[in-house]
Design a protein around this ligand. Structure first.
Ligand code: DQA
Length: 149
């Protein structure tokens, strides 16, 4: 089983960026945690980050027929991007939306998520562990649906 883990803008600055909200651990620490858990769970995980909306759209499109599930933290594009929503709908790959912080307790503009309606689950406020929970959810969902093609 192959999972694609996508990260949007400014997540490359984890550790340095608003540590009171996002924690002291770096993006490299996040990638290491995901890879460690992918090994434990017996799946392949590819982890990517970009600051560009169109690149996220390209990666989602290219995932068709290649990846069995997507875990995505679209970061600020969560609250603005119809293009990313449409890309997830277009490929119909089971997708989990993850946020490190609890967006429901933050500013009003963070209460809107365009991508949410195309996702099988949303996990927010569980820190880096949310990505692991997202992977576990997709593995369980795939097993419930009879495994990988
Ligand atoms: C975030 C929450 C977003 O509102 C914000 O723009 C981010 C990160 C999170 O992981 O908590 O960049 O997606």
């Amino acid at each position: 089983m192959k999972l694609l883990i996508l990260n949007g803008p400014n997540l490359n600055l984890l550790g340095q960026r608003e540590p009171g909200i996002y924690g002291a651990q770096s993006y490299a620490d996040l990638v290491a945690l995901i890879q460690e858990n992918a090994r434990r769970l017996g799946v392949e995980a590819e982890v990517r980050q970009t600051n560009h909306e169109g690149v996220l759209v390209d990666w989602i499109q290219q995932a068709y027929g290649v990846f069995d599930g997507i875990v995505i933290n679209p970061a600020a594009y969560t609250h603005t991007s119809v293009a990313i929503l449409d890309a997830v709908k277009a490929v119909s790959i089971p997708t989990v939306e993850v946020h490190i912080s609890d967006v429901s307790k933050r500013e009003d503009f963070r209460q809107v998520s365009y991508i949410r309606q195309a996702c099988v689950k949303t996990i927010a406020g569980h820190g880096f562990q949310g990505y692991v929970e997202g992977m576990e959810y997709l593995i369980q969902l795939t097993m419930d649906n009879g495994g990988v093609r």
